[in-house]
Design a binder for this molecule. Structure first.
Ligand SMILES: [Zn+2]
Length: 274
């Protein structure tokens, strides 16, 4: 199995709430999230949540090939919940949550699951790419964040507007008509996007957190095939370096309005065949 993994926290020396890992025939990527400024009832924190859930999910999908990925995710969410529901109050709206991308080779196919705004990028032998992203968070977010995006990132007004936006967004979390994300509720797993593609139609599978896809989906400075070329020729670190370079030129978000000037960025590039 040929896997290249790069990850970098938003700011040097700060914790990284992304988690990515691979086992033979399987890979996962999670991007942990909290609600900035809101009180949490969890003593462990977001990085603990994404790391613990990610490790459990990877071992579950690898060890139980007959069990569907969404059921493996529900099982893993349930186990993580059991690890801290007695010590932490998980009813707070700022309890840790996480996106999830999982991919597994099974019976000649690649099975995948995507929940939240991380991306699975599939490449075929003709160079065609398919990006699988759960757009529900983005769609809900766009409806709510227009007042935030007219303000300079990092200004006091932006901070206030961003907090209001996050409150509104949290109200639509794991609700019909809103968006779904891994948190304390195993039911979210049922709402993940899932699919399966024949292995012989793939040359690579890439798992990306939204901090790493900015070149394509936020900045629109590259296409998915451009991104694959960077990953194939130079690897995930170079991809993240280029994202940071662009961010450094627009720290106040005037050109590209965004919640965070920089975000944790992770890319796991898995080249097939096995
Ligand atoms: Zn906890």
């Amino acid at each position: 199995m040929n896997v290249a993994l790069g990850t970098q926290s938003a700011e040097p020396g700060r914790g990284n709430e992304d988690f990515a890992a691979a086992a033979p025939g399987a890979a996962v990527l999670l991007d942990g999230a909290s609600v900035a400024g809101a009180q949490t009832g969890c003593k462990h924190g977001v990085a603990w949540f994404s790391t613990t859930l990610g490790g459990l999910l990877l071992s579950t999908i690898a060890a139980q090939p007959a069990r569907p990925l969404s059921e493996c995710l529900a099982d893993s969410i349930r186990v993580v919940r059991s690890l801290h529901e007695d010590t932490c109050n998980l009813t707070y709206r700022a309890s840790p949550t996480s996106t999830v991308v999982a991919a597994r080779v099974n019976a000649g196919a690649l099975e995948y699951l995507v929940l939240g705004d991380s991306t699975l990028l599939l490449a075929d032998p003709d160079g065609k790419t398919t990006a699988v992203t759960d757009r529900r968070l983005d769609e809900v977010g766009k409806r709510l964040r227009a007042p935030v995006d007219v303000l300079p990132t990092g200004s006091p007004e932006h901070t206030v507007a961003l907090a209001e936006y996050r409150d509104a967004l949290t109200g639509l979390r794991n609700r019909p008509g809103g968006f779904w994300i891994a948190g304390p509720d195993p039911q979210a797993a049922e709402h993940a996007l899932t699919g399966s593609v024949p292995l012989d139609s793939l040359t690579s599978v890439t798992l990306l957190s939204d901090g790493a896809t900015r070149l394509v989906d936020s900045f629109e400075l590259a296409t998915w095939p451009d991104m694959l070329a960077i990953l194939g020729e130079s690897g995930p670190d170079e991809l993240i370096r280029r994202v940071r370079e662009v961010e450094a030129g627009d720290l106040d978000g005037r050109r590209w309005p965004r919640g965070k000037a920089r975000d944790d960025a992770t890319a796991l590039h898995w080249v097939l065949p096995l």
